[in-house]
Design a protein around this ligand. Structure first.
Ligand code: SAH
Length: 219
């Protein structure tokens, strides 16, 4: 049995998935993704001042002008990656570490990069304290990806970019998937699913309008 707040969050995500099912091309998300959403303590990833909203289906401030994404968006982006247990994933925009924690329970290894050093340090300590062992964090500009561990089965960008960073495309494995919000920095973006086929051909698909904080340091 889930506690009341968690069950409400799960119900809210499922409701929003149904409301947007035409756009996102699915009536429900993978039950594995939903059970990881239910098992990840969102209250441990936010500032104490926001505690009463921890399980609301909305974004929350995490300081430094940044946010932890809405649970529905975290679940949807995770679902779109269609992860398998042996997969390696690169995340750009660690923020609170929540999305990385969710991903880590569905794949072999997560590498995550955060631009704001204070947030990177906080997330690193938090993930360690909570016992997530297959997540490696670093401070830096995610535009360049993390070539040492490439190629990745999945790449997830959680800040709004104006274009797909070329290094991230290069570091995506043939057969791999990337989810990234693309658009104007301070307005809405399109959440885009980018697939690289076995021959290296790129296929892009707009999924949904979203609003993310800006990607810093684009080149
Ligand atoms: N995934 C996060 C939400 C992140 S908000 C979570 O689960 O909490 C977006 C984050 O992307 C912010 O923390 C921001 O500082 C970071 N960011 C913006 N541009 C970046 C870049 N070029 N490289 C790495 N991180 C970046």
């Amino acid at each position: 049995m889930l506690n009341r707040q968690t069950q409400d969050m799960i119900d809210d995500i499922e409701r929003e998935v149904r409301l947007t099912s035409k756009m996102i091309g699915r009536k429900m998300l993978d039950p594995k993704v939903m059970s990881v959403m239910a098992a990840t303590p969102r209250d441990k990833f936010i500032p104490k001042s926001q505690l009463e909203y921890a399980y609301n289906n909305g974004p929350l401030s995490i300081g430094y002008g940044q946010t932890i994404s809405q649970p529905y968006i975290v679940a949807l982006m995770t679902d779109l990656l269609e992860l398998e247990t042996g997969d390696t994933v690169l995340e750009i925009g660690t923020g609170s570490g929540y999305q990385a924690a969710v991903l880590s329970q569905l794949c072999k290894q997560v590498y995550t990069i955060e631009y704001v050093p204070e947030l990177a340090e906080l997330a690193k300590a938090r993930l360690q304290n909570l016992g997530y062992k297959n997540i490696e964090t670093k401070t830096g500009n995610g535009y360049d990806g993390w070539p040492e561990h490439a190629p990745y089965d999945g790449v997830i960008v959680t800040a709004a970019a104006t274009h797909i960073p070329e290094p991230l495309l290069e570091q995506l494995k043939p057969g791999g998937r990337m989810v990234i919000p693309i658009g104007e920095r301070y307005f809405y973006q399109e959440l885009m699913l980018v697939e690289k086929d076995e021959d290296g051909k790129i296929n892009r698909k707009d999924i949904l309008s979203v609003a993310f904080v800006p990607f810093q340091g684009e080149r």
